[in-house]
Design a protein around this ligand. Structure first.
Ligand SMILES: Nc1nc2c(c(=O)[nH]1)N[C@H]1C(S)=C(S)[C@@H](COP(=O)(O)O)O[C@H]1N2
Ligand SMILES: [Mo]
Length: 221
């Protein structure tokens, strides 16, 4: 799988990209409403019962036997976990809602995996580390502030509803960041990098909002 942006761009579904960039320019789906306190559905979202698949048109096949996860950058103790190492970490479960910027939300998804908090305790980010860059096997990246990554509900998930996450949804391991739009939840995760500076990711440099908080309807930048 090519890692460089050029190789990736050569393969993405050009139409999808163009229409999403146009949406970003138009501010499409922005309702201007804000959610009343205690409301479950963020502004401008609708609940779906199915689980749509969204990606760049590449769904990398990453066998667990060759899977590994690098966690590096500004950390005291970088790790490179094999699949066996990953499963040997304390296992966590969290049930959360998905909010996609394309306006669908899916309630009550049960994720099993390793919590971001456990990862942070293991690698110990240095004082300068303020941001996290997620790198995926399809060349996708997403950025988020360290304090968002450190939320109690953030998971490096290997299972959904008790089953291994299917390849199209980012298995063997994807990130899940329930409090941000789902584009921050990188599928086919291969590297978690801690940085001092913010490095906008794939969609963030193409018109999506840098923070992506659904409760503030931060769809486009
Ligand atoms: N590696 C990777 N992760 C990704 C994407 C992608 O294209 N590649 N798309 C993002 C977007 S825009 C969304 S909405 C969700 C979709 O996840 P799903 O296909 O499991 O619903 O994955 C996010 N993570
Ligand atoms: Mo998305």
């Amino acid at each position: 799988m090519p890692d460089d942006t050029n190789g990736l761009l050569g393969q993405v579904k050009k139409k999808l990209l163009e229409s999403k960039e146009q949406w970003a320019r138009d501010g499409r789906l922005l309702t201007g409403a804000s959610a009343p306190a205690g409301q479950r559905l963020p502004p401008g979202q609708r609940e779906v019962k199915n689980w749509p698949v969204l990606d760049l048109g590449i769904q990398p096949d990453v066998p667990t036997a060759s899977w590994s996860l690098a966690v590096d950058g500004l950390v005291a103790a970088p790790v490179a976990w094999t699949w066996t190492d990953f499963l040997a970490q304390p296992q966590a479960t969290d049930v959360s809602d998905i909010h996609c910027v394309t306006a669908w939300s899916r309630y009550d998804n049960r994720w099993d995996g390793v919590s971001a908090r456990h990862l942070l305790e293991t690698v110990r980010p240095l004082p300068d580390a303020r941001f996290v860059v997620l790198h995926a096997h399809d060349g996708y990246t997403a950025n988020l502030p360290l304090d968002r990554f450190a939320d109690a509900d953030v998971m490096l998930a290997h299972s959904w509803e008790g089953m291994p996450i299917p390849r199209e949804h980012g298995g063997p391991v994807r990130l899940v960041v329930p409090k941000l739009y789902f584009w921050k939840s990188a599928k086919w995760l291969k590297r978690v990098e801690f940085t001092a500076d913010d490095r906008p990711g794939f969609w963030e440099v193409r018109g999506y909002h840098n923070e992506g908080d659904p409760w503030n309807e931060e769809r486009y930048g």
